[in-house]
Design a protein around this ligand. Structure first.
Ligand code: SDX
Length: 427
């Protein structure tokens, strides 16, 4: 592709243009500061790529999402979460033998050390599960010194498998602690989703068999959340990893980033918003009016996206699944009807149409999680459970890239000019 040419003062500068697999391309400005003394200003990195990635392709204009080239619609329908976890990290769909080995290795690592219980029990019962999960994930680094070297493939493989295996157990045990119920241990005879559901919802006093509909829906939801390119939390994982911090510390940073209501915390915020709308008795026109009012901090949570300027393909799949799962479970949730009506009113309003604000992955997911029996404050933890293999894949890709550099963005200083210190009695 032809170079990009910039005119600055009386200089004409050329920069190479790097072409991606699809129609995307990037101008490489690595030499910009050296040539001109300028740095770029790009809030939220909306126009900036830190590097190249081969993991996930998103076309926001057309609403396309692919993991390692495979369309999300096909993976959601035909794959399993552990197969997608393998695909994201190793780049290819596993053979049967490879998948069997991978699943077996995950199954063999689902147990937590008994002393991890003290960590959960150090929290108040009202602690938010995202705070507990981030702390427990960091703590894993203290139990596994053999899985801390980010430059050793075996150590990284071991740490990755331990994290994917133990996170469902940590999530379930933190829930059991918060609801004052006994911990339920993993059952190695169960698949990933069923094992997690059993640890979450079974009690020692009675038999529990995970509902197939719920287990299949959870498997699909985990796949849909598994990766999404350089989103806020994946960028946090990469940034922390760029300093060669260990995998557990880097993933803990991703969990914290995901907890924000503008990011993964939105699935919880959507349910709280729907409940608030019902409680307020506001009609939908009033709700939409508030969402458009710049003076009003209210936003239509679950709507809008930095990249998708079309329907988020995941939202389309989840919306269909919400109707199917609720029907199959015999759940008639008025909040689903309200969400659909809200979507309809918003998408016929110029404000949303002009800004290309569509439902995103968080708009309908909470409706399904609620029907499955999860408390609202666990929805973002479920997002984290799904996103874990993507975070790991992004971290591994960066650490495995010989051209990777520590993340150290520039700034444009706009503070005070130089000045002398003034003694306190003279201020
Ligand atoms: C996720 O990046 C990823 O890939 C993330 C994610 C993933 O898989 O990792 O997809 C998961 O985080 C999905 C997003 C979940 N967040 C929400 O649903 C929160 C509500 N959405 C917004 O806060 C917002 O849309 C963002 C944060 C998602 C995107 O923000 P941007 O890209 O910075 O866009 P913006 O805030 O500049 O909005 C552009 C315009 C603004 O209006 P104007 O100044 O042009 O007049 O659209 C308006 C915004 O005010 N706007 C909204 C809105 N979202 C944007 N107005 C009302 N309600 C909204 N939800």
């Amino acid at each position: 592709m032809a170079d990009a040419r910039f005119l600055y003062e009386d200089h004409e500068l050329t920069f190479p243009v790097v072409e991606g697999t699809e129609s995307d391309a990037a101008v490489d400005i690595s030499a910009l500061r050296g040539k001109t003394g300028l740095v770029t200003l790009d809030r939220g990195f909306a126009n900036t790529a830190e590097g190249q990635s081969a993991i996930t392709y998103i076309n926001g204009e057309e609403g396309i999402l692919r993991y390692r080239g495979y369309p999300i619609e096909q993976l959601a329908e035909k794959s399993s979460f552990l197969e997608v976890a393998y695909l994201l990290q190793y780049g290819e769909l596993p053979t049967k033998a490879e998948l069997d080995e991978y699943e077996e290795s995950i199954t063999r690592h689902t147990l937590l050390r008994e002393d991890v219980k003290h960590l959960f029990e150090a929290f108040p019962h009202t602690a938010h599960p995202m705070q507990i999960l981030a702390s427990a994930t960091s703590a894993l680094a203290t139990y596994y010194p053999d899985a801390l070297d980010p430059m050793d493939r075996e150590s990284v493989d071991l740490g990755s498998r331990r994290l994917i295996a133990k996170t469902p157990t940590m999530v379930a045990w933190s829930y059991k602690y918060r609801v004052h119920q006994p911990y339920v241990y993993p059952d190695n005879n169960l698949d990933y989703a069923s094992n997690f559901l059993r640890m979450m919802f079974s009690v020692p006093a009675e038999e529990y068999l995970a509902d197939r509909v719920i287990a299949q829906a959870l498997n699909m939801l985990l796949i849909l959340h598994a990766d999404h390119g350089q989103n806020c939390s994946s960028s946090a994982v990469r940034l922390v990893g760029s300093g060669h911090a260990n995998l557990f510390s880097s993933i803990a940073a991703g969990i914290h980033a995901l907890s924000g209501p503008l990011h993964g915390g939105a699935n919880q915020a959507v349910l709280e918003m729907l409940h608030q709308i019902v409680k307020s008795g506001d009609d939908l026109d009033t709700v939409i009016k508030r969402a458009k009012d710049k003076e009003d901090p209210f936003r239509l949570m679950g709507f809008g996206h930095r990249v998708y300027k079309n329907f988020d393909p995941r939202a389309r799949i989840i919306k269909k699944a919400a109707e199917e799962v609720l029907t199959s479970l015999g759940v008639d949730d008025p909040l689903l009807d309200l969400a659909m009506q809200l979507e309809e009113v918003a998408l016929s309003d110029d404000y949303f149409v002009e800004r290309k604000l569509y439902p995103n992955v968080d708009f309908y997911s909470g409706i399904i999680y609620r029907a499955m029996g999860f408390p609202t404050d666990m929805f973002t933890v479920l997002f984290a459970l799904g996103r874990l293999p993507g975070w790991i894949a992004q971290w591994r890709e960066l650490l495995g890239d010989p051209a990777a550099k520590i993340f150290r963005p520039r700034q444009l200083y706009s503070g005070a000019d130089t000045r002398d210190y003034v003694a306190i009695d003279d201020r």
